[in-house]
Design a protein around this ligand. Structure first.
Ligand SMILES: Nc1ncccc1[N+](=O)[O-]
Length: 235
């Protein structure tokens, strides 16, 4: 998979060189290219934004630098990449969306800052990109870069060979499957007792049936407490 990220703060994406995503890049599973949008400006001030037509607060990112940046990426792209635009006004990012993105051949993330990117950019590229405006949550960040870190990490761990133990994807919170709509319950590891706190004895029993039942019970309780919306009506 190839991933391009366009941003006026390319250094913000440096964490993608670490840990799990960094390993995927080193292994060649991910071809990650980060581009500085300002390299597509040609005025003295390297201007990327201007005041919004129709008035209103803040600034809007100008279309010209985006046109130059995205044309260059398309020139070196095979096929029709998916253009992911992180925005609070997009469709909601979920584990299902992460799974969808994880099977793409080529993702291009356009990091908007300020009030967003001139809407003509998304309209102009609708035939050459599969344009996908996605929100990671109902809050307002200063730009899309943090959202790209979130989305790339969520999809990278789904790529074959990236996670040491592919099993751990199966019982993720929100992963499709038997415990699909439940939050993961508490987890424990050695030592069996720590500062007077013992690990629940069922987990040391070796009785896999009892352990599975206990885990489901804990997952249900946690889901009822933190995310009753996941339980639907009278589940
Ligand atoms: N919530 C957001 N705020 C700003 C930019 C992008 C965002 N998002 O969710 O992708």
């Amino acid at each position: 998979m190839r991933i391009d990220v366009v941003s006026i703060f390319p250094d913000y994406l440096a964490p993608l060189g670490l840990s799990l995503v960094g390993k995927a890049v080193a292994a060649g599973t991910l071809d990650l290219r980060v581009h500085d949008l300002r390299e597509c400006t040609h005025d003295r001030h390297r201007t990327v934004d201007d005041t919004p037509y129709g008035g209103g607060p803040g600034m809007v990112m100008k279309p010209e630098p985006w046109g130059e940046a995205l044309d260059a990426i398309l020139d070196s792209a095979a096929g029709r990449p998916r253009l992911v635009v992180p925005t609070p006004s997009g469709r909601r990012f979920t584990q299902e969306v992460a799974t969808e993105l994880a099977v793409a051949e080529h993702l291009v993330f356009a990091c908007g800052r300020y009030e967003g990117i001139d809407s003509r950019v998304m309209a102009h590229y609708a035939d050459r990109f599969e344009v996908d405006e996605i929100s990671i949550g109902d809050y307002v960040l200063a730009g899309g870069e943090a959202a790209v870190l979130v989305m790339v990490e969520a999809l990278a761990r789904l790529l074959p060979g990236v996670l040491g133990n592919p099993e751990s994807v199966v019982d993720d919170s929100f992963a499709p499957g038997a415990m699909a709509a439940l939050l993961e319950g508490p987890v424990y590891t050695k030592p069996p007792e720590w500062r007077g706190l013992a690990v629940p004895e069922v987990l040391l029993s070796g009785d896999h049936g009892r352990i599975a039942a206990w885990r489901r019970e804990q997952a249900l309780a946690r889901t009822e407490r933190f995310r009753p919306d996941l339980l639907g009506d009278g589940a």
